[in-house]
Design a protein around this ligand. Structure first.
Ligand code: CAA
Length: 378
């Protein structure tokens, strides 16, 4: 049995020893923490749930969730670098790749020598991911990719991208296929990274495909299977984002709790006021509930049981409460929390994206509702 608390402590130490001195610089100056990503690789964090045969750590999904949680407790941007790499960039290759693809790509990404990313979203295909307009046309032994992907986490830093393109537009979602695309393939270029509200230590950019020739060996699964690969991948990705939201909120809560014990007003620590102590009680309860949902989804995935609904619930709940907890934490800090440098202002901005990406929380409700209601007739 995995000793989760020992593992948590190991990631916590790595995060606490290294991230705080650079967190403000990364955030203010939109810097990508390359050196720290290397440290995560050295610590064996970049391929936690993947087999050792492919240079993964051979750990489980819950350990991966704990790692994202602990990194995000200190810096939400760093949490999503690991999450997008592990559950979006690596999973489709590990799960849907053939032996040759796994041998070629997995060792580099599961060991963290290379960084991975996932290219699904487009200007006209956000929540409606099936609206993919990027095309892949068969030409001899290659497919030729044309189109543009937006909001891609880990771009342009990542080396290996799983990209979704339509091989048969007439077939809608059943005409979408998944490809492994390498950064240096001719015609594959990137936009400047976005200037984001939060998670600024992670990078996010657009992918541009201009007649990119991708060998047919890089087709993941079968032609037309891409949408299902994307949906199955996002089910797992949502556990990562739920863990990220949980970690961001946990960091804000711990800081607010310490401040409530130290800050004296009217001759006593502000935590003695019910207005503050009840807030903290609610925050602690929400965090515990979110943690149970996140670990439940991780355990179901690990046990190969259905977990799509539980992952959506975890992502939706953890991100909704992350916003509430960060808001309450900032309120407890008062005016000083509104300033840059206290951490709570950054966490408040970092938390917002967790209700939006990897499926907005409205889409999570669509997923949950479809599971609990089943198919209904008009
Ligand atoms: N696993 C496997 N297959 C699935 C599935 C799942 N979880 N969900 C749906 N499918 C299959 C269906 O069974 C169906 O198969 P058939 O064609 O055989 O019938 C097919 O996929 C189409 O399903 P739907 O009709 O339900 O599809 P839809 O077009 O109505 O879309 C949706 C459903 C849930 C709204 C989906 O589009 C969705 O999840 N949208 C959100 C997209 C999203 O999360 N984007 C995030 C981008 S990545 C990101 O944000 C990363 C980052 O920055 C960190």
């Amino acid at each position: 049995m995995t000793d989760y608390e020992t593992f948590r402590q190991k990631v916590r130490t790595l995060a606490e020893d290294n991230i705080p001195p650079m967190a403000m610089d990364l955030d203010l100056n939109d810097k990508f923490p390359r050196e720290f990503v290397k440290q995560m690789a050295d610590a064996g964090l970049m391929g936690l749930p993947y087999e050792t045969e492919y240079e993964g750590a051979g750990a489980d999904v819950k350990s991966y969730a704990i790692a994202v949680e602990e990194l995000s407790r200190v810096d939400g941007g760093i949490g999503v670098i690991l999450s997008a790499h592990t559950s979006l960039g690596t999973y489709p290759i590990a799960h849907f790749g053939n032996e040759e693809q796994k041998r070629k790509y997995l060792p580099d990404i599961a060991s963290g020598r290379k960084l991975a990313a996932f290219g699904l979203t487009e200007e006209n295909a956000g929540s409606d991911a099936g609206g993919t307009e990027t095309t892949a046309v068969k030409d001899g032994d290659d497919y030729i990719l044309n189109g543009r992907k937006i909001f891609i986490t880990n771009a342009p830093e990542a080396d290996t991208y799983v990209v979704f393109a339509s091989t048969d537009p007439a077939k809608g979602t059943r005409g979408i296929s998944a490809f492994i695309v390498e950064k240096d393939m001719p015609g594959f270029t990137f936009s400047k990274p976005y200037d984001k509200m939060g998670i600024r230590s992670s990078c996010t950019a657009e992918l541009q495909f201009d007649n990119v020739r991708v060998p047919k060996e890089n087709l993941l699964g079968l032609e037309g299977q891409g949408f299902k690969i994307a949906m199955a991948t996002l089910d797992g990705g949502r556990i990562g984002i739920a863990a990220q939201a949980l970690g961001i909120a946990q960091g804000a809560y711990e800081d607010a709790l310490a401040y409530a014990k130290e800050r004296v007003q009217f001759g006593a620590p502000i935590g003695m006021n019910q207005g503050i102590s009840f807030k903290l009680a609610d925050m602690a309860t929400k965090l515990e509930a979110a943690r149970l949902l996140v670990y439940q989804a991780a355990e179901l995935k690990q046990a190969s049981k259905p977990y799509s609904k539980e992952a959506a619930m975890a992502k939706m709940y953890a991100s909704d409460i992350a916003l509430e907890v960060c808001n309450d934490a900032l309120q407890i800090f008062g005016g000083s929390g509104y300033l840059k440098g206290m951490g709570v202002e950054r966490r408040y901005r970092d938390a917002k994206i967790t209700t939006i990406y990897e499926g907005t929380n409205e889409i999570q409700r669509v997923v949950i509702a479809s599971h609990i209601l089943g198919k209904m007739k008009k």
